[in-house]
Design a protein around this ligand. Structure first.
Ligand SMILES: Cc1cc2nc3c(=O)[nH]c(=O)nc-3n(C[C@H](O)[C@H](O)[C@H](O)COP(=O)(O)OP(=O)(O)OC[C@H]3O[C@@H](n4cnc5c(N)ncnc54)[C@H](O)[C@@H]3O)c2cc1C
Length: 447
């Protein structure tokens, strides 16, 4: 029988991109066994992890957020199989902190480790190893889902299989994930052998990616989004493998953020001109075309985790992230057009990342990852960015691709329903008390 966990706190809330803002009641969760009860006056509910989604996937304007970060306990670990069971509010950073010194690593890591296991399942996150590993959901063995009627469902590929698939990449809409079992993988040490290659344009990117996919577990490219002409798509390709050196066993130092952005930068600091300059500087900072190093895993996987509150760089108004996936066959042509459109707009993105994805199918009903090429860009929250991104959505739709909801704050319902025609199937599994700002925006569901 669910019991109430105490008075609700009201708060104005935002996600990592700081746009949009939402006003919602927050209900901290500490024990999964407490369950939750929500009065109708509290509106719809939604779980929130570490709010590292960029837009409104983790917001519930006018409703209630269940803050699951208090569900942060490890439950069991099997040394023989590497299967870890933990509560859904445990962060990936915490798993790495505890398990890397014991010789285990996460099978999939996104560009930040400050993400909860529940958030990783709900967005079926992907990492630099998608071409060989697939996405997070591929490593989820079981989880326990609590519904608003007090029912708990054990879900796996063999048990409540449809709910299992609807919850992976299900945008938090099927209920509250209490705990998850994931398969960790063994590593020799905490270091990565890395190669960094400066390349000249889009054709080079595709050639280098194809060659690297065969030999490297991790692969990603930073792209100079302001480059044009023959240099369109130029950037720095980073590829790596776990080091197998048995003499390097220790955990590299430095958990958490080493630097902090203590205040909001005025919005004029990151403008078209300075971002172009930063792009130019970053591209040319790699003096040699090729370099090789052995680096600790943290800066390799999540370089921005070293700067606390880096999202303040865009000022109080926040910024917009945009990530697309375009099928392989259309990839080159579509990416040429997308990058040329960005360059022509005069708006430049600083954190621009491009990657070829693999063909291992995602388990989730609505998962974003799939075969093709992905590009992530960010832009200041100004009217011109909205216009540009709608144009880019059109190009992605024409190429048969899709946009990542975890990073979205503004795509239209029409685009979403074209990108994810299976969205109505999710409605069959959605908990009737659960909804989000994103879901209402993209499906027209009433609050
Ligand atoms: C710097 C940076 C880099 C990133 N890089 C990547 C990347 O490389 N690849 C990638 O895929 N993503 C990436 N992301 C996005 C991020 O991984 C996802 O948005 C992730 O889901 C955030 O997890 P969270 O714990 O912050 O969840 P939140 O953002 O708080 O919530 C995300 C979703 O999970 C649901 N949810 C959370 N907990 C539960 C629960 N217990 N039960 C049910 N639903 C729950 C929420 O309702 C919401 O729908 C990046 C984000 C940042 C800020």
């Amino acid at each position: 029988m669910p019991i109430d966990t105490g008075p609700l706190q009201s708060a104005s809330h935002q996600s990592w991109g700081r746009y949009p803002k939402a006003s919602q009641r927050i209900k901290p969760m500490f024990w999964p066994s407490e369950g939750f009860s929500v009065d109708l006056q509290d509106g719809k509910v939604l779980c929130q992890g570490l709010a590292r989604s960029y837009g409104d996937a983790c917001l519930n304007d006018g409703g209630t957020l269940l803050d699951t970060t208090g569900l942060d306990r490890f439950i069991a670990f099997d040394e023989a199989t590497g299967i870890l069971r933990c509560e859904a509010g445990v962060s990936l950073a915490e798993i790495l902190r505890v398990f890397v010194p014991r010789g285990w690593f996460l099978p999939v890591l996104p560009g930040t480790s400050f993400v909860t296991v529940g958030g990783a399942v709900a967005n079926d996150i992907h990492g630099k190893n998608h071409h060989v590993a697939g996405s997070f959901g591929n490593f989820v063995r079981r989880f326990c889902l609590r519904r608003s009627d007090g029912q708990t469902l054990l879900c796996s590929e063999d048990c409540n299989a449809e709910v299992f698939r609807a919850t992976i990449g299900g945008l938090g809409l099927t209920g509250m994930i209490e705990w998850v079992e994931i398969a960790l993988k063994p590593v020799t040490n905490a270091w990565i052998d890395v190669e960094t290659i400066r390349y000249d344009g889009l054709d080079d990117f595709f050639r280098l990616s194809e060659e690297s996919e065969r030999r490297f577990e991790y692969l990603v490219a930073w792209v100079d989004s302001s480059a044009t002409g023959n240099s369109l798509g130029r950037g720095i390709l980073i590829r790596g493998n776990h080091s197998a050196d048995i003499h390097l066993r220790s955990q590299p130092p430095g958990a958490g953020a080493a630097l902090d952005m203590p205040f909001d930068l005025p919005s004029f600091v990151l403008n078209r001109f300075t971002i172009r300059l930063l792009n130019f500087g970053y591209y040319h900072k790699q003096l040699r075309r090729f370099s090789r190093a052995i680096v600790p895993y943290r800066p390799f996987f999540s370089p921005l985790d070293g700067i606390g509150h880096w999202n303040r760089m865009y000022g109080k108004g926040g910024f917009l992230q945009w990530q697309c996936l375009v099928p392989v066959a259309e990839g080159r042509k579509a990416f040429r057009e997308i990058l040329a459109t960005v360059a022509r707009s005069g708006l430049a993105s600083f954190v621009s990342v491009m990657k070829t994805m693999g063909s291992i199918p995602s388990l989730g009903l609505l998962s974003f990852p799939g075969p093709g090429v992905t590009l992530a860009l960010d832009f200041p929250n100004v009217p011109d960015s909205f216009k540009l991104l709608t144009r880019l959505d059109d190009l992605v739709a024409d190429a048969g691709g899709r946009i990542y909801p975890a990073k979205d704050a503004r795509m239209s319902a029409g685009h979403f329903q074209r990108f994810y025609p299976q969205w109505r199937n999710l409605e069959r599994f959605r908990d009737p008390m659960f909804s989000s700002s994103l879901w209402r925006r993209l499906t027209g569901e009433a609050a």
